[in-house]
Design a binder for this molecule. Structure first.
Ligand code: S3P
Length: 419
C-alpha cells in the first residue's frame, strides 16, 4: 500500500514553488484540505496553480511575485498553513487577513506573532495578536537573533520565511531539533541557509532567485503511523507501506514501537528531493509497555495519539513524558487521547504533562469517541477499533479529510470493517 504525500512537505513545496521562477510540478502531493487551503491561498495571492489528482502545476512568479488577495485567506484547520503564511506575508508590501476554522481560532498565534513583531512586523489579531484572525500589514522586516522557547517547526519555518524577505541576517535556535523539511527544501532550491554554532543562519533578500522544478513528495510518515500501529496490534498482519518519508526528525514512533517489541523493517532506503524515503514492512507482534522520555517529543509529536493506542494493546504500563505541546494542537490532544482510551475501557492517567497508559494486551472498546475537530483523534480511534472487543464509534469522521482523504477506504482494503 501507499499513503498520501507528506502534509508538511506539501505545504512547504507549494510555498517555495510559488516563489520560484517558472513552472514546478509537485507529484504525489497531499490532497488533504489543509494543503488545498494553502494552495488556494497562493491562488488568491496571484499564483496560477493547476490542480490535477496526482500533480500540482505551480507557475511561480519569483520571490517578489505575490500580490494582495482581495478577501481574507482561510487556512481552514491548518496551524502549519496559518503560521507559515503569517511569516511569509509579514514581509510583503501588501495587506492580508489570515483566518481559519473554530479550532484554528483557538490556537496560540503569539508564538509566531511575537518574534515576527521583533523583526518589525505589523500584525494585529484577537487578544493582542494571540489569536486568529490575524491582520498583517506587510512591511520591511529586519533579521533578528531568536531562541525559540519550544521545539516547533512551525515557529522555525514562519521565521525562516519571514527572514527570506527581511534585511540582514536571521539567526534561529530551538531547544531540540524539530522537523527540518524547511531547511532541506531551502537547501535543495539553493537558498543560502547555513548552520553556525548551533544556529540556523539565513541572509535575507538573496540576490538571485531559484528556478521551478519537479518535486516528488514522499509518503507521509504520520499517515503511515496508523497502519504501523494497526498492523502491530492485529494478529496475522503483514503490511508493507511503500515510499514513506523517513526523515529522522519524524520517525521517533519507529524507535518507540521497536522498543515495545514491534516488528518493523525499513527496506529500500533511498533519497527523494532531499528527503530520505523507504518502504516499511510491519508484522503483528506482542507489545510491552515502555517509558518514552520527553526528548522524543519533537520527532513524534503527531504520533502520541496512535502510540497511546499501541500502549493500550501492550502488556504493562507505558509512560509518555513531556507532552505539553499536545495541549495546543488541533485539539487538546493530551485530554482527548486520555478520553478516547477511557471511553474504550482502558486505564489511563494524566500526571502534569505525562500520559500514562496501563496496557492489558486488549481493549474492550464500545465507546463513542469525541474527536474535537481533530483528524488524528478520529484516525487513532478508528485504528484502535480494528482490534477492540466491541466496535469503536467516532462522533465526526469529516475532519479526517484535513490530512488523509481515503483513510477509511485504505483501511477497508486491508480488511477493516468500518460502517
Ligand atoms: C508541523 C509541525 C508540527 C506538527 C504539525 C505540522 C509542520 O507542529 O504538529 O502537524 O509542518 O511544521 P509544531 O511545529 O507546532 O510542533
Amino acid at each position: 500500500m501507499t499513503v498520501p504525500g507528506d502534509k508538511s512537505v506539501t505545504h512547504r513545496a507549494i510555498i517555495l514553488t510559488s516563489l520560484a521562477e517558472g513552472e514546478s510540478r509537485l507529484s504525489s502531493y497531499c490532497r488533504g484540505e489543509d494543503c488545498l487551503n494553502t494552495m488556494r491561498a497562493f491562488q488568491a495571492l496571484g499564483i496560477q496553480i493547476e490542480e490535477q489528482p496526482d500533480v500540482l502545476r505551480v507557475q511561480g512568479k519569483g520571490m517578489w511575485g505575490l500580490r494582495e488577495a482581495d478577501a481574507p485567506i482561510d487556512c481552514g484547520n491548518s496551524g502549519t498553513g496559518t503560521r507559515l503564511l503569517a511569516g511569509l506575508l509579514a514581509g510583503q508590501d501588501f495587506f492580508t487577513i489570515l483566518t481559519g476554522d473554530e479550532s484554528i481560532r483557538r490556537r496560540p498565534m503569539g508564538r509566531v506573532v511575537k518574534p515576527l513583531r521583533e523583526m518589525g512586523a505589523v500584525i494585529a489579531g484577537r487578544k493582542g495578536g494571540e489569536l486568529a484572525p490575524l491582520a498583517i500589514t506587510g512591511t520591511r522586516l529586519h533579521g533578528i537573533e531568536y531562541s525559540s522557547p519550544v521545539a516547533s517547526a512551525q515557529i522555525k519555518s514562519a521565521l525562516l520565511f519571514a527572514g527570506l524577505f527581511a534585511e540582514g541576517t536571521m539567526r534561529f535556535r530551538e531547544p531540540r531539533l524539530s522537523r527540518d523539511h524547511t531547511e532541506r527544501m531551502f537547501q535543495s532550491f539553493g537558498i543560502p541557509l547555513r548552520q553556525e554554532a548551533g544556529a540556523l543562519v539565513l541572509e535575507g533578500r538573496p540576490s538571485s532567485g531559484w528556478a521551478g522544478r519537479a518535486i516528488v513528495i514522499p509518503g507521509d510518515f504520520s499517515a503511515a503511523a496508523f497502519f504501523l500501529v494497526g498492523a502491530s496490534i492485529i494478529p496475522g498482519s503483514d503490511v508493507t507501506i511503500q515510499n514513506v518519508g523517513i526523515n529522522p526528525t519524524r520517525t521517533g514512533l519507529i524507535d518507540v514501537l521497536t522498543a515495545m517489541g514491534a516488528n518493523i523493517e525499513v527496506l529500500n532506503r533511498r533519497d527523494q528531493a532531499g528527503e530520505p524515503v523507504a518502504d516499511l514492512e510491519v508484522r503483528f507482534s506482542a507489545l510491552k509497555g515502555v517509558d518514552v522520555p520527553p526528548e522524543r517529543a519533537p520527532s513524534m509529536i503527531d504520533e502520541y495519539l496512535v502510540l497511546a493506542v499501541a500502549a493500550a494493546f501492550a502488556e504493562g504500563t507505558t509512560v509518555m513524558r513531556g507532552l505539553k505541546e499536545l495541549r495546543v494542537k488541533e485539539s487538546d490532544r493530551l485530554e482527548a487521547t486520555a478520553a478516547m482510551l477511557r471511553v474504550s475501557g482502558v486505564a489511563v492517567e494524566i500526571e502534569n504533562d505525562d500520559l500514562i497508559v496501563h496496557g492489558k494486551g486488549r481493549a474492550p472498546g464500545g465507546g463513542l469517541v469525541a474527536t474535537h475537530m481533530d483528524h488524528r483523534i478520529a484516525m487513532s480511534a478508528l485504528a484502535m477499533g480494528l482490534a477492540t472487543d466491541q466496535p469503536v464509534t467516532v462522533d465526526d469522521a469529516a475532519f479526517i479529510a484535513t490530512s488523509f482523504p481515503g483513510f477509511a477506504d485504505l483501511m477497508r482494503g486491508l480488511g477493516a470493517d468500518y460502517a
